[in-house]
Design a protein around this ligand. Sequence first.
Ligand SMILES: [Zn+2]
Length: 237
Amino acid sequence: MEFKTDALVLRSADYGENDRIVTLLTAEKGKISAAMKGVKKAGAKLNFASQPFCFAEYVITEKSGRHTVTGAALHDGFFALREDIAALYGAACVTQACDMLLYEGMAGEKLLVAAVRALGTLSEGVGAGAVVRFLIEALSLAGYPVEADVCPVCKKTPAGRMKFDMDLGIFTCNDHSDGVPASESTYRSIRAALHGGEGSDDGNLRALRLLGVYFAEKTETELKALGEYLRLLHPLF
Ligand SMILES: [Zn+2]
């Protein structure tokens, strides 16, 4: 059986002398692995489609549960990412998060749209706010929502020192939960990301750090690219 689907390369690994195995986030079937034969040979036509961050329409053949890519038409390769090491690590946060959050059978379309949007923003040289926005959306699609609204206990807007409740994914006043300590700039950046705005640079860094802790708590896996991304954005952070 052959099908066409928009997909983003999350990972690519060499296989044998000439082949690669790509992990794709597809609109149609969520996450799948597919073989790409002969793409390491000089002049291979489909080499571009086996590169990380490639977003293309893939033609995939399915036989006894195995997938093979037989064609691809490029939408965007996000090539500008290769020229900015921080943007590249920001993009790696996006693809790693997709890879780790997508469980078997989970629909991929909304996550694909969010990931492609984030990679587009990063390749235009816009930074951490795009990764904050993406992580919130991806976590929420995986069933781990993040909210920055009123404190659920007293219904007031938290201010000053506050807490982030890891169970519920919400901010509370400092005395109204046993969550992890969080700052007002973190709250403001996450609130801005949820409402289509942009947080401060400092707030975005803090928001990323908090989202990394929340991600690890929920998935029991570490988003490895995030630590390096934070170091590149702010060496003293
Ligand atoms: Zn409160």
